[in-house]
Design a protein around this ligand. Structure first.
Ligand SMILES: NC(=O)c1ccc[n+]([C@@H]2O[C@H](COP(=O)([O-])OP(=O)(O)OC[C@H]3O[C@@H](n4cnc5c(N)ncnc54)[C@H](OP(=O)(O)O)[C@@H]3O)[C@@H](O)[C@H]2O)c1
Length: 388
C-alpha cells in the first residue's frame, strides 16, 4: 500500500506530537513531507531528525535563521513566515494536511488545503469556528474532505454511520466539565492560572486547557459541530460527563442514542482521521471494563460558565459572530495567561465584545478577518477598563 504523504502544521504542539506518535507507530503507512511550528526550534530539529521531512517552516521569522543554521548540512528546505505556512498547505505531492495549529492563525492554511483538494485532518477547531461559512462551497468544488480530530467530533462522525442525516434528532456533545465543575461561584474570580491549567482528564496545550476550564472550548465545539455536520445550533446539546469516556453521542429520531467510548487519548481520534476510511489495530484508549466505575451525566451550569452560553448564542447568530466570539476569547485567554485579567473576566470580555459587535451574514474571508481584527481591538479596549 502506498504511504499517505502528510503535511503537519503545528507539529511541535500537543496534537502535533501525538500525530507524530501515530505516524511513528506505522512507518510503512506514512511519509512526513513537511512540518511547521511557530517558534520552537529545538523540537522541530528533533522532529526533523526522526522523520526527515523535505520542508520545515517556522512562522516566527526571527527564529528561522537559527533553524537554518542548525540544519545547514541537511537536505531540507527551510521556509518562514505566515505566508510560507499557508503555501505549505498546498505543496505538490502530499495527500493530507493535519492542521494542529492553535487559534484562528490556522484558518488560512485550512482554506488553502481544501482549495487545493487535499484531505484536511482538522484539530484546529478555530478554523471552522471563525471561517465556517467559507468551507462548504470550496469543499463542494474541490472534493476535499474535512476529517475531524477533535475527539467529540470524531465520535459523532463515527456514530453517524448508524443513521441518515435526516434521522438525527440532536447531537449530544460531552464535556468533562473541566477543573471547576464543582467549584463554588463566589470563588471563580480568584481562580489562578495554575489552577486553570490543571485539567482533570486531558493533557493539552495552554490555550485549549483554559478554554476547557471556562467551557469556552465546548462552546467552540458547538460551533464546530454546526459547521462540520451542517445542523442548526439548536440540534446540538452539551452534556457534562466528568469521566471523559463517552466522547459524544447522536440521538436519532427513534430516540436511540448511539455513543463512541474509549479512554481519553487523542491518539485514537488522530488514528481514525489519518487512516480513514479504515480502522487499524491500536491499543490507544482501550477500556478495561473491570475498572470502569460510574459514567455520569449532568446539565452544564450556564451561570458559572457564561462563555458556553455566549458561544451558543454566537452559533445561533451565525455569520461573523462566531469569529467575533473566537477572537475575543483568544485575546482574553492570552491576557489571563499573562496574569493581566481575572478568570471571570475572560467571559466578561467576550460578552462585552459580542454586545458591541454586529454580525455580517454570508461573510467573505475579508469580512471574517475584519471581524476578527475588530473583536481583538474591542477586547483589548475592554480589558484595559476591567484589568486587575
Ligand atoms: N491538545 C488536545 O488534546 C486537543 C484536543 C482537541 C482539539 N485540539 C485543538 O488542536 C489545536 C492545537 O492544540 P494543542 O493543544 O496541540 O496546542 P499547543 O500544544 O499549544 O500547540 C500549538 C501548535 O501550534 C503552533 N503555533 C502556535 N501559534 C501559531 C501560529 N500563529 N502560527 C502557526 N503555528 C502556531 C505551535 O508552535 P510552537 O510550539 O512553536 O509555539 C504548536 O506547534 C487547537 O485548535 C486545539 O483546540 C487540541
Amino acid at each position: 500500500m502506498k504511504p499517505r504523504i502528510l503535511i503537519i502544521l503545528g507539529s511541535t504542539g500537543s496534537i502535533g506530537r501525538s500525530t507524530l506518535d501515530v505516524v511513528a507507530a506505522h512507518p510503512d503507512r506514512f511519509e512526513v513531507r513537511a512540518l511547521a511550528a511557530f517558534s520552537n526550534v529545538d523540537r522541530l530539529v528533533e522532529q526533523y531528525h526522526q522523520f526527515n521531512p523535505k520542508y520545515l517552516c517556522l512562522v516566527d521569522e526571527s527564529r528561522s535563521a537559527e533553524l537554518a543554521e542548525r540544519l545547514k548540512d541537511e537536505p531540507v528546505e527551510i521556509l518562514s513566515g505566515e505566508n510560507d505556512l499557508i503555501d505549505m498547505a498546498a505543496l505538490r505531492g502530499p495527500d493530507m494536511v493535519v492542521n494542529a495549529v492553535v487559534g484562528a492563525a490556522g484558518l488560512k492554511a485550512s482554506l488553502r488545503a481544501v482549495e487545493d483538494g487535499k484531505d484536511l485532518a482538522l484539530a484546529n477547531k478555530e478554523s471552522l469556528v471563525a471561517g465556517g461559512p467559507l468551507f462548504p462551497p470550496i469543499v463542494e468544488k474541490t472534493g476535499a474532505r474535512i476529517l475531524p480530530i477533535d475527539s467529540e467530533h470524531s465520535a459523532i462522525w463515527q456514530v453517524l454511520h448508524c443513521g441518515k442525516k435526516e434521522e438525527i434528532r440532536r447531537l449530544l456533545l460531552t464535556a468533562s466539565g473541566g477543573p471547576f465543575r464543582d467549584y463554588p461561584a463566589e470563588k471563580f474570580a480568584e481562580i489562578t492560572v495554575e489552577q486553570a491549567l490543571d485539567h482533570p482528564t486531558w493533557n493539552m496545550g495552554n490555550k485549549i486547557t483554559i478554554d476547557s476550564a471556562t467551557l469556552a472550548n465546548k462552546g467552540l465545539e458547538v460551533i464546530e459541530a454546526v459547521q462540520l455536520f451542517d445542523v442548526p445550533a439548536d440540534k446540538v446539546t452539551v452534556v457534562v460527563h466528568p469521566q471523559s469516556i463517552v466522547h459524544s453521542m447522536v440521538e436519532f429520531v427513534d430516540s436511540s442514542v448511539v455513543a463512541q467510548l474509549s479512554q481519553p487519548d487523542m491518539r485514537l481520534p488522530i488514528t481514525y482521521a489519518l487512516f480513514w476510511p479504515d480502522r487499524v489495530e491500536s491499543a490507544h484508549g482501550r477500556i478495561d471494563w473491570s475498572q470502569m466505575a460510574d459514567l455520569t451525566f449532568e446539565d452544564p451550569d450556564f451561570e458559572r460558565f457564561p462563555a458556553l452560553r455566549l458561544a451558543i448564542e454566537a452559533a445561533r447568530a451565525g455569520g461573523t459572530m462566531p469569529a467575533v466570539f473566537n477572537a475575543a476569547n483568544e485575546a482574553a485567554v492570552a491576557a489571563f495567561l499573562d496574569h493581566d485579567i481575572r478568570f471571570t473576566e475572560i467571559s466578561e470580555t467576550i460578552r462585552r465584545v459580542i454586545e458591541a459587535s454586529t454580525s455580517i451574514g454570508q461573510p467573505s474571508l475579508d469580512d471574517i478577518l475584519e471581524a476578527d481584527r475588530e473583536a481583538r481591538r474591542l477586547a483589548k479596549q475592554t480589558m484595559e477598563t476591567i484589568a486587575l
